[in-house]
Design a protein around this ligand. Sequence first.
Ligand code: IMP
Ligand code: MG
Length: 176
Amino acid sequence: MSNLHPDLARIMITVEEIQERVGELADQISEDYSGVERIYIIGVLKGAFIFLADLTRQLRVPHVVDFMALSSYGRTTVSGAVRIVMDLREPIEGQHVLIVEDIVDSGQTLSYLHNILRGRSPASLKTCALLQKERNKSDVPIDYLGFRIPDVWVVGYGLDFADKHRTLPYIAEMKK
Ligand code: IMP
Ligand code: MG
């Protein structure tokens, strides 16, 4: 694209590719949860908000939406612990919980969240992520995955770099 922002190296996943894949994920989730009273969907802020909005509007099973915000203490450190910045509104005991994440990189965030939520005794706990980086070898399985991508920094469709480029409609690779 000729008018690509100078921060960006290339468009990695187009608007059309995202929409098609999100539709497929919504179909799969709707099928797997048919018969369940409702899904308790947890969007991880900020990154997942656009993906979550598109995904949930295509679900054909009852669901409610809640949010959590997490933050890592320095992504550059090896230990890099995660903490909860904003918690859920409701207890999730007995609920069929689906975590919706933008991207799984090292897997640390998802693994932390999964542990915390499992401790709250949901009826079931599954994960959905739009993107997974190749280097990820997370212990937590991603039940619904949009795309596997190379180990580069991507922005757009909810993902940011220092809060920039979050609302681009496509997913783009940042220049190094
Ligand atoms: P992890 O704990 O290393 O898996 O990192 C997960 C979090 O880091 C994601 O939920 C994102 O918020 C952020 N992140 C990781 N890689 C990227 C990227 O390429 N672009 C934007 N955010 C990213
Ligand atoms: Mg995230």
